[in-house]
Write a protein that binds this ligand. Structure first.
Ligand SMILES: [Fe+2]
Length: 460
C-alpha cells in the first residue's frame, strides 16, 4: 500500500504506478490532454492496478457517451472480481462506477460523496462527482460538494486551485455570481492552466451579460485555456456567445468554423457546442449556409449508438436533425428515447420527464406547429434542469420557447417570455432584441422601438 501526495492510499507497491496515477489525475483535473497516455502507461506497468482501472472508468464516465458504457461495465466486472484486494475507499469508487454503468447516475454521485466524507482529499472522487452533479442538474451538490471539503484544504495541497474552480462553478450555477467570480479568478491566479476555473469566470460574465469583459477574459488568456485542453472547444463556444450577444455574427460564425465545429475527434460534447452556437445564430435570423446539413450528418452518424442515451445530448441531436430536416433520423432518435424512458434509472427518468416532451416540442417547431411547441415548453421548462448542463447551455431551451412564440406569431406568449428575459438579464442586448420582436408582433411600434434603442445603447 502506497500513498499519493494527497495522502490517499492506493493498493499497489509500485511507486512508478502511483506517480503515473497522480500525473494522469492532475491532467484530468485541469482538463489537459495527456491523461489517456498516462493511464495507458500506468496500466501497462501494472495491469492489475485496480484503482487505476477505476480512474480510467471514471474518466470515460465524464465523457457522457454511450459508446464508453460497455468499457465502464467491463472495468466494473474486472475490478469486482478482485474486490477483496481493494481498500474500503477503492470499494466506494467501485460502487459509484457500478451505479454509473447501470445508468443510475444520481446513485453514483451519492457513492462518490460517501468516499469524500471519509477522504476529503480524494481528488478523483471530487472531480467525477462534481461532473456527475453537473450532468444530473444537481446544483445543490455542484456547489456544496466542494464546500463540504474546502475547509480541509489549503494552498499547500496540490490541486487546491482546481477545487476552487469547482466551487466557483457551483456558486455560479446557484447564482452567487460575485462570490463565484472571486473564487474563479483566484483559481486562475493560482493555476493559470485550470480550464474549469476560466470556464467558471466565463459563466459569470455570460450570466451578467458582460460580453466585452468576457471577450477580454478569454482572448487575453487564450494560451492558458485553449492550448492542449479537453475543454477548449467549450470555452471557444463561450467566447462565441459573447460575439452573438455583441451582434458580431460574422465573428461568431468564424469561431464556429475555425474552433467550435471540430470534427476530429468527433466527441458528442463538441457536437453539442457546435449545435448550440448555430441554434442561437438561427434564432437571430442569421444565414448559416449549409452548416446545418453537415451538423445533421454528423449527428445522424451517431444516432444508432448515442441516441436515447443521455437526454442532454439528445436535445442537441433533436435540434440539429430537425434543422437539417432529417426526419427519418429524428424518428429513430425518438424510438431510442422512448426505449430509454422505460428504464428505472436516472437516465430513464431524464428521458421520460424531459426528452420526450422536448422531442415533441422540437418536432412541432420544425413542422410550424408553434402553438403546440409553446404549450409543451410551458409545461416542461420547469423540469429541464433535470437533464443537467449549465444555465447558459439550457438557455437553448428558453430560446426555443421564445423562438417558437415569435415564429408562430403568438404575441402574448412571446412578450411574456421576453419579459422574463429582460428582467433577468437587463444588460443583455439579445434580451432587448427578443423583446423588440415581441412588441412588433403585438403591434406596439413605440415599445418595439424603445427595446431596440435599449439594445443599441448596451452595444454602444
Ligand atoms: Fe459552460
Amino acid at each position: 500500500m502506497l500513498k499519493t501526495h494527497h495522502g490517499i492510499e492506493l493498493t499497489t507497491d509500485n511507486a512508478k504506478v502511483v506517480d503515473l496515477y497522480e500525473k494522469a489525475l492532475n491532467h484530468v483535473q485541469r482538463y489537459e490532454g495527456g491523461a489517456g497516455a498516462k493511464i495507458k502507461e500506468m496500466l501497462t506497468e501494472q495491469p492489475d492496478f485496480w484503482a487505476g482501472h477505476l480512474l480510467f472508468g471514471s474518466v470515460l464516465a465524464t465523457a457522457t457517451e454511450a459508446r464508453f458504457m460497455p468499457k465502464i461495465r467491463k472495468i466494473v466486472e474486472q475490478v469486482s472480481a478482485n474486490r477483496e484486494k481493494l481498500n474500503e475507499r477503492e470499494r466506494g469508487h467501485l460502487a459509484a462506477l457500478d451505479a454509473f454503468g447501470q445508468g443510475n447516475w444520481r446513485d453514483a454521485a451519492f457513492h462518490w460523496g460517501q468516499v469524500l466524507t471519509d477522504h476529503p482529499h480524494d481528488t478523483l472522487a471530487l472531480h467525477v462527482a462534481h461532473q456527475v452533479d453537473f450532468m444530473t442538474g444537481d446544483d445543490y451538490n455542484l456547489m456544496n460538494r466542494a464546500a463540504r471539503v474546502l475547509p480541509e484544504w489549503n494552498e499547500d495541497i496540490p490541486n487546491y486551485a482546481n477545487l476552487l474552480g469547482m466551487y466557483a462553478f457551483g456558486l455560479e450555477e446557484n447564482n452567487f455570481f460575485s462570490k463565484a467570480e472571486d473564487f474563479g479568478r483566484l483559481c486562475c491566479a493560482l493555476d493559470p492552466r485550470d480550464a474549469w476555473g476560466h470556464h467558471a469566470v466565463g459563466h459569470v460574465l455570460e450570466m451578467e451579460a458582460r460580453f466585452d469583459e468576457g471577450i477580454s477574459w478569454y482572448e487575453g488568456r487564450q494560451p492558458d485555456w485553449a492550448d492542449d485542453s479537453e475543454l477548449s472547444v467549450h470555452n471557444w463556444w463561450h467566447l462565441a456567445l459573447y460575439y452573438v450577444e455583441r451582434e458580431d455574427f460574422a465573428g461568431a460564425l468564424s469561431l464556429f468554423d475555425q474552433q467550435v465545429s471540430v470534427e476530429e475527434p468527433d466527441y458528442v460534447l463538441r457536437l453539442m457546442d457546435a449545435t448550440a452556437l448555430l441554434w442561437r445564430l438561427h434564432l437571430r435570423g442569421i444565414d448559416c449556409g449549409d452548416r446545418w446539413t453537415s451538423l445533421g450528418e454528423r449527428w445522424a452518424s451517431k444516432v444508432a449508438v448515442e441516441g436515447g442515451f443521455y437526454a442532454f445530448n439528445d436535445f442537441h441531436a433533436m435540434l440539429a436533425l430537425m434543422m437539417a430536416e432529417r426526419w427519418q433520423d429524428f424518428n429513430q432518435l425518438s424510438d431510442q428515447i422512448s426505449a430509454q424512458a422505460k428504464q428505472p434509472t436516472t437516465l430513464g427518468a431524464m428521458a421520460r420527464e424531459v426528452s420526450m416532451p422536448l422531442l415533441k416540442a422540437v418536432e412541432a417547431y420544425g413542422r410550424n406547429k408553434c402553438q403546440e411547441a409553446v404549450s409543451i415548453l410551458d409545461r416542461v421548462k420547469p423540469l429541464v434542469y433535470r437533464f443537467g448542463g449549465s444555465e447558459a447551455q439550457r438557455d437553448a431551451v428558453d430560446q426555443l420557447h421564445i423562438g417558437a412564440a415569435l415564429k408562430g406569431g403568438l404575441s402574448g406568449a412571446a412578450l411574456a417570455l421576453t419579459h422574463e428575459r429582460t428582467l433577468k438579464k437587463e444588460e443583455s442586448p439579445l434580451a432587448w432584441r427578443f423583446a423588440g420582436e415581441a412588441y412588433k408582433l403585438m403591434g406596439d411600434a413605440e415599445a418595439a422601438n424603445k427595446a431596440d434603442k435599449q439594445a443599441a445603447l448596451l452595444l454602444a
